[in-house]
Design a protein around this ligand. Structure first.
Ligand SMILES: Nc1ncnc2c1ncn2[C@@H]1O[C@H](COP(=O)(O)OP(=O)(O)O)[C@@H](O)[C@H]1O
Ligand SMILES: [Mg+2]
Length: 654
């Protein structure tokens, strides 16, 4: 049980909600109405949103956290979905454990009645019931704790995979790049326990409410007027939940003075400032100021504490008044009996603490645990809303080519376009090179093509079909790619490469073919057990390899797929020397040209013009716009930006 004093202020959970600046114009701003059916349905089906829901889903994912109560309810349903039996048993046990405790008043009453009216049978019964109740309270609490712990462990694992699945199921990566989203996700990733704590809190709240209900029922059975005793408990409850807030405000108000006092203390006691302190003779003055500063912090706090304690005492006095009144009423009323007096004495005494515990548990629930459930509900809604409105499979091949039609793209949260009105045609089967300075938008273009983001305006067509309508997962299965910021998968070398084409992960010829394409055979040959070598020095028998070697493996991973529709190589060879890169791309491009029938388009991003010149088509990006397009010869003849840059680099290499 949580002590009421420790209860967090029943603060608005939305305070944790990183609000965006009010004036910021954003397409993302309007949250979908709380009752949005499609997102909700998608989330209600654990395991991810389905395509049907997605068709009706709003285009913009929700920005705000969903309401607390419905989020909590959704989390409860989720727990029940994963662990129905355990959750049911845990809930029933939590209630059962509350019952004997609340019934103690009844047994005391019967005990009193048996004693006063000399009924040995009743006396015996009451004594046995009392004993059973006491033992049951202990036993049920023990068993209930065990079961709850078991439920928590199991449900945590289920929720972890639920969260991971939701995140991986989101077809774009904006949620992993926006700071305010990252904050929400980090809670779900690192503090998943906030979710299972919510279950415990709900169980325990239910237990307290049951105790309260039983106690009120007992009091009512003596005299309906006794229900008003609950009203007398209101002041204590109010003060209990208000107290920490007031004290915290006082503490925060004095925080500056407190920090100053600490700072002065450090100055007075550390060696670095000691010399000057002594020479200037300001030590005593500092001590004085420290004292004053501390007083400035502590005095208001102490006053606030005294005030709130007075209110607390007053609250209890009100309850005590009601309590005494109730006993007098029962003892002197028309049906006065010692038994009912005992009942009121025992049940009434517990009433206030039950009310307090209920309120404090609800405070915890609202203040802390509900927040986790809101974040999860948000993620579910987000995953539901961003679920693609894709209704077409990936094409078997590309006949004409890929067309960018007035594509403009701004990263979420930024109004500066990373690509501006890009109009481009990349013929099927061609090798296209993209050049441009850092930040020109090269990587962004590749990301849009991989459907990691959707264009802000304009569209990308694959032949005649809008890329937005093609299923993301299927489309990506037909992509191959390697990136500058590759990831180091610390698996066995074979696996780290095979991930590039999961179905053929263990097919050795496929792995060696990929290694050849990437020119990475030498890396594997130096490994102690070849493809079976564990990578990463922190693992058992794991080996460390150099950055360049990691990059070559990443490249091999990118070359795993035999017939991709689009192969995007976004500066994957920046760590290799120009000569190696040139040979590599040469080999890859010639292979790509041979496979032209399939319409496989290769996109090379490089800043080395020696590599770029072999491409069929060169796209020069400059400040988010397409500056020039053409073959090497055409662009050189034109004498524009490309030829200028080419000549500068060529000179540098001479
Ligand atoms: N995740 C991101 N969020 C916001 N802005 C980004 C993000 N990634 C890139 N940008 C910005 O978009 C522009 C284009 O970036 P990028 O496509 O990576 O350039 P390049 O690959 O040509 O060096 C840059 O101004 C960059 O700062
Ligand atoms: Mg880049």
């Amino acid at each position: 049980m949580s002590s009421p004093d420790a209860a967090p202020p029943p603060g608005e959970p939305s305070a944790q909600d990183p609000a965006r600046p009010p004036g910021e114009p954003s397409a993302q701003d309007p949250a979908p109405p709380p009752g949005e059916p499609s997102a909700r349905d998608a989330a209600a089906a654990p395991g991810g949103p389905s395509a049907q829901d997605a068709a009706a889903a709003p285009a913009e994912p929700p920005d705000r956290l969903p309401p607390a109560l419905s989020s909590m309810w959704r989390l409860c349903r989720l727990g029940f979905h994963y662990e129905p039996a355990l959750m049911g048993v845990a809930f029933v046990l939590a209630l059962a454990a509350a019952l004997p405790d609340a019934l103690l008043a009844v047994w005391f009453t019967l005990l009193g009645e048996g004693l006063i009216q000399h009924k040995p049978g009743l006396l015996r019964f009451a004594a046995v019931a009392l004993a059973v109740s006491v033992v049951a309270t202990w036993l049920l609490a023990t068993v209930s704790t065990r079961i709850q712990r078991r439920f928590r462990d199991k449900v945590t694992i289920a929720l972890e995979s639920h969260v991971a699945r939701l995140q991986a199921g989101i077809s774009t990566i904006a949620h992993q790049e926006r700071p305010e989203y990252l904050d929400r996700l980090s809670v779900l990733r690192e503090q998943i326990f906030t979710l299972d704590h919510m279950y415990m809190s709900v169980f325990s709240t239910a237990g307290w409410i049951l105790r309260l209900a039983v106690t009120v029922a007992l009091l009512t059975s003596v005299n309906p007027v006794l229900v008003t005793l609950v009203l007398f408990a209101i002041p204590t409850v109010a003060v209990t939940s208000w107290r920490p807030v007031v004290e915290r405000i006082a503490q925060e108000r004095g925080a500056q003075a407190d920090r100053l006092a600490r700072h002065l203390f450090t100055l007075s006691t550390t060696a670095s400032s000691g010399k000057e302190l002594r020479v200037l003779g300001i030590g005593p003055a500092f001590a004085e100021r420290r004292r004053a500063s501390w007083e400035r912090w502590y005095r208001p706090l102490a006053a606030a504490r005294t005030r709130s304690s007075a209110w607390y005492a007053a609250g209890w006095a009100v309850f005590a008044l009601g309590y005494v009144g109730a006993i007098v009423l029962v003892a002197t009323g028309p049906h006065a009996s010692p038994a009912s007096a005992i009942l009121v004495l025992t049940a009434g005494a517990r009433l206030s603490s039950y009310v307090g515990a209920t309120v404090s548990e609800i405070g915890f629930l609202r203040g802390i645990w509900m927040d986790g459930s809101r974040r999860l509900a948000w993620l579910e809604d987000y995953a539901g809303a961003t679920a693609q409105a894709a209704d077409l499979p990936a094409p078997a091949g590309i006949a004409q080519g890929i067309r960018f039609e007035h594509v403009t793209f701004c990263y979420p949260g930024s109004d500066r376009p990373a690509l501006h009105d890009v109009d481009l045609f990349l013929p099927a089967g061609s090798v296209v090179a993209i050049v441009g300075e850092n930040g020109a938008g090269k990587t962004t273009l590749v990301k849009l093509l991989a459907k990691l983001y959707a264009p802000t305006s304009g569209r990308i067509r694959i032949d005649a079909v809008d890329l937005a309508r093609i299923d993301s997962a299927q489309w990506r299965e037909r992509l191959a790619g390697a990136f500058q910021d590759f990831f180091r998968f610390e698996f066995r070398a074979g696996q780290a490469i095979g991930l590039g084409d999961l179905p053929r992960m263990d097919v050795e010829p496929a792995l060696t073919a990929a290694l050849d394409r990437a020119g990475a055979r030498d890396v594997v040959e130096t490994l102690p057990t070849g493809l079976r070598t564990q990578l990463g020095p922190t693992w058992h028998d794991g080996v460390d390899i150099s950055y360049g070697q990691w990059q070559k493996l990443a490249l091999a991973r990118g070359f795993m797929r035999d017939e991709p529709l689009v192969a995007a190589l976004d500066e994957p060879t920046a760590a290799l020397d120009a000569e190696t890169e040139h040979q590599l791309f040469e080999r890859y491009a010639s292979r790509a040209r041979q496979a032209r029938q399939g319409g496989s388009t290769t996109i090379l991003v490089s800043h080395r013009f020696s590599t770029v010149r072999m491409a069929d088509l060169i796209v020069v990006l400059d400040g988010a716009r397409v500056a020039e397009v053409g073959s090497h010869d055409e662009l050189m003849a034109r004498g524009g930006r490309y030829s200028e840059l080419y000549r500068i680099q060529a000179k540098a290499y001479q």
